[in-house]
Design a protein around this ligand. Sequence first.
Ligand SMILES: Nc1ncnc2c1ncn2[C@@H]1O[C@H](COP(=O)(O)OP(=O)(O)OP(=O)(O)O)[C@@H](O)[C@H]1O
Length: 554
Amino acid sequence: MDSEKLNEQWRAISAQVSSYADMDASQVSAFFSRLEPQAMSDSFLMLTADNDFIKSWVEQHYVEPIQRALRDLTGVQFVVAVAVDPTQEARKAASATVTAPAAGNAATAPAAGAVTTPVVPPAPPATGAAATPAVPPAPAPGQAGALGRATPLPPSSPMGTAPLSTAPQPYMPPYDEAAVIDHYSPQPAPEAATGGASRPSCSTSSLTFGNFVIGDSNRMAYSMAVEVAESPGRSPLNPLFIYGKSGLGKTHLMRAIQNYIEETRPGMRTVYADSADFLSKHVEAARAHDREKSSYKDFKTYYEEADVLLIDDVQYLQGKTQTLDIVFQLFNTLTAQGKQVVLSADRMPKNIGIDERYYSRFSAGGVIDIQPPEIETKLGIVKSFADEYSRSEGLGNFTLASDIQMYIAENSSSNIRELKSAVTKVIYQMMLFNRADMTVEEVRTLLENHFSGGPSRNLSIEDIQRAVESFFKVSRSDLVGPKRSRSVVYPRQIAIYLCRQLLDLPYNDIGKKFNRDHSTAMHSVASVEEMLKDNRGVQEEIEALQKIISEYSE
Ligand SMILES: Nc1ncnc2c1ncn2[C@@H]1O[C@H](COP(=O)(O)OP(=O)(O)OP(=O)(O)O)[C@@H](O)[C@H]1O
């Protein structure tokens, strides 16, 4: 079978799997993007996965639905084999650690036009009492579609010094075309659909799966968290390591796992520890040890007896060797007994600056990042938070006007804390002065100094593309087109890098504006970061470009 036919067949099989009521179409789509069909005969289908983790996940969760789809489509019982293709992994090298399975559950119906509705696990196999909790309402419609919008420039953005005029011949680094990851896709990829099902929420904390708004930026992390909550201690998600910048929802997911388990498996002991808190308790226990021998033992026992241990923000332990050793011992003790460990950090394990034996063990299970939220996700969070706030404050039928919601979503940075506090501020103002009819202009004035982006929130991807085009003398059609010559690839990578640094947008959104996919955008950023480490020419160009671009946003 030629490859075109094979791909066509695979698409039909994927569509069939997605159509099953017990499958979450968006997760199937996200997950199957990590698979490639290699061969198909009358009763045999061979697939390759990015890596071992994906392979074993597919074997556990998707081989049976694929066989079912094949049976439904052909009437024949197929054998489905999955192998690992290291080339595939290499092509997606930039996303090597973003290997995420999906919880095999249906999703809540999406709000019209929005892509931000929580995916939710079905009631887990309850080991104790615990009725399935009430389902909170799904987020209301957001406004769909890509918004070519103004986004903030981080206040800390380095502004360089080299003026454009001093760089008549832009520097070009050595170029190896074969090594370029470049998935050119001028046709926008179809939006992943979200299915529908009931979802749990937990009463013990406000941070639950039920009020976690899902978008492309966090769907996989959410799915993995759900999977862990449903089946704690099961490989391959033990340990689970969630990473991402501040305020993107790592703690929310960890607490949601904890709450879900506490509610559905009352016999299990879950322990959540913030690393800073863990460190101070450890220091305290070590000090008290001289006076009272049991104190250190008590400290350790508290964690050792956990069935599920969640340690948040482990980057905080960098350089704290003794505490890290304790974490590592606990980690080994618990995982060896099949107890679940969940860790989080603001960066991937290998970038934390800890001993290799730690980070390689921490990376041994599921490693997943949370990306900055897309505009639709932010909108979903604004809406959901406003609803939650008005419910908890007993504000009755209060709603936040859609233009105000959009204003906040568009202007807040990726840190959801900033977004939430903007909503609180607006609602508070409305209530305090009995001004439910506040206009978006008034909200703009109220929030004038609230957002961290400052004046550069008027910057867009197009502004950066324009600056890069004139700097490197390339045309827009080349910058976003299929060409892979060195003179085009390098400026394209720089432009993508700058978009990521200055606009704080998800890779997917950036990739789309360059007709590229998420992994190509990620790879571009990783390549430039690599060059920046020791290449003065590249550093100077980036500085010069940042200076030019900063003028656009003044
Ligand atoms: N997808 C989401 N849906 C709803 N609320 C969210 C979402 N993501 C984040 N939040 C909210 O944003 C706030 C910050 O999230 P959280 O504390 O989980 O971030 P974090 O990634 O752990 O940050 P840090 O690294 O600084 O600890 C919380 O109030 C959380 O509930």
